[in-house]
Design a protein around this ligand. Structure first.
Ligand code: SR1
Ligand code: MG
Length: 400
């Protein structure tokens, strides 16, 4: 029996009423469990036709696995604090936190229910004119302002301490960098793809590069990352983008966030190739995705460079040549982590609908083989891909 778990809807409503003033006393409130994520319980509390809020509660284990995979409740504090910190620098793009309560491991926050999940939007080929700009700016501002370029030496170390997140980091360490590169029991592999996965497990040169990326993930405390920046953590409308779920937040390499996002656009690009339907429409969509990739990096790198130039407080790091080198390293890291995201989402534990939605297992295996191949190329070639044009060329060659 888990002490802090909400026993019933009435307990959730009482919690919301105690800590917010959004609902009139006589309002009739309805609770629905809406969580489709892997880890937590998420409820919407709404007055039909009126206001609503989200309540997110952490239990001491991974939701999709159960008590066999214990997980610290501190992730809920980390998520609440990360949302508040992100809001300081990128408030347009994160939901507001109304209340966090440590004994209940629960957060009450703004409901972005009028938005669509980005993964579903991409699968439905919904063009979002401001998506790349919003996400580029979100990453540039949150990552720059929590880095040593901006923070004072003591502030930075205090923040690093607050965001030590061993349980959630361990999930990433295992699911990104270990499982997909060996015959691990947690992997989920489409049977016709198995020979391709087996070949990957024999690839010693690839494993050296994956070790390098893992070591950077373990040791390079460059900035406070979102830590799980995939399409499922983003909600969208034509004019608004909301980034949720930063429970994996910790201080790590900036390219991990940028790469996760690039990897998710590319997963959709791989999946769409094998979807039924009009080929011209499909290819037009895939071209649109590559344009978004360019725009994403354009907005991120332009804003990050501007901030490095204008808002770096550390005199040593104000050096223009070093700043150029920093941006190039972030680019190379991003390509590498995009590669690990592609691979782990294809043969690891946590798949994505962008590939899984392809009904026919042989068609699916072809899209998956493309994702594995692209992932490998990005990891192996990352330090030789020195421009967006070179990246797009590499992706298009793969398509031929
Ligand atoms: C067991 S958790 C699996 C995945 O879900 C989360 O959203 C992260 O992406 C994690 O890797
Ligand atoms: Mg999540």
């Amino acid at each position: 029996m888990i002490e802090h778990k909400f026993h019933d809807d009435a307990a959730i409503i009482a919690f919301v009423r105690r800590h917010t003033r959004l609902f009139a006393e006589d309002a009739v409130l309805k609770v629905s469990e809406i969580g489709d994520g892997n880890i937590n319980f998420v409820y919407r509390v709404a007055e039909p036709g009126g206001a609503s809020v989200i309540v997110k509660q952490a239990l001491p284990y991974v939701r999709i696995i159960g008590e066999g995979w214990p997980l610290s409740l501190d992730r809920n504090r980390i998520e609440a604090e990360a949302l508040v910190l992100e809001a300081e620098h990128a408030g347009d793009w994160v939901p507001e936190v109304y209340h966090y309560e440590q004994p209940l491991a629960a957060i009450i926050m703004e409901d972005v229910g009028d938005h669509q999940n980005l993964r579903h939007a991409l699968i439905a080929r919904r063009k979002l004119p401001q998506l790349a700009e919003h996400l580029g700016l979100f990453m540039a501002r949150t990552l720059f302002h929590t880095s040593d370029m901006h923070l004072d030496a003591h502030q930075k170390k205090d923040l690093v301490k607050r965001f030590i997140n061993p349980d959630l980091c361990k999930i990433t360490e295992d699911l990104f960098f270990l499982d997909p590169f060996c015959d691990h029991e947690r992997n989920a592999i489409n049977p016709p793809l198995r020979p391709v996965a087996e070949a990957l497990w024999q690839d010693d040169l690839l494993k050296v590069e994956v070790a390098e990326l893992k070591y950077a993930f373990l040791n390079r405390a460059e900035a406070l990352l979102h830590g799980d920046l995939h399409s499922g953590s983003i909600f969208v409308t034509e004019t608004s983008t909301q980034v949720i779920d930063p429970e994996f937040a910790y201080f790590g390499p900036i390219g991990f966030d940028v790469g996760s996002l690039i990897g998710n656009l590319l997963l959709n690009w791989c999946g769409q190739q094998r979807l039924a339907g009009d080929e011209a429409e499909r290819e037009a969509w895939r071209d649109w995705l590559l344009v978004q990739l360019e725009k994403l990096w354009h907005h991120f790198s332009r804003e990050f460079s501007r901030l490095m130039r204008e808002a770096t407080t550390d005199p040593t790091l104000q050096n223009e040549h070093w700043q150029q080198r920093r941006l190039l390293q972030i680019w190379h890291d991003s390509l590498g982590y995009a590669g690990t995201e592609l691979i782990r989402r294809t043969i690891g534990l946590a798949h994505v609908a962008d590939l899984d939605m392809i009904d026919d297992e042989h068609q699916r295996a072809q899209a998956e083989a493309m994702a594995l191949h692209l992932g490998r190329e990005l990891i192996m070639e990352r330090t030789r891909i020195n421009s967006m044009e070179a990246l797009v060329d590499l992706i298009c060659q793969l398509n031929d």
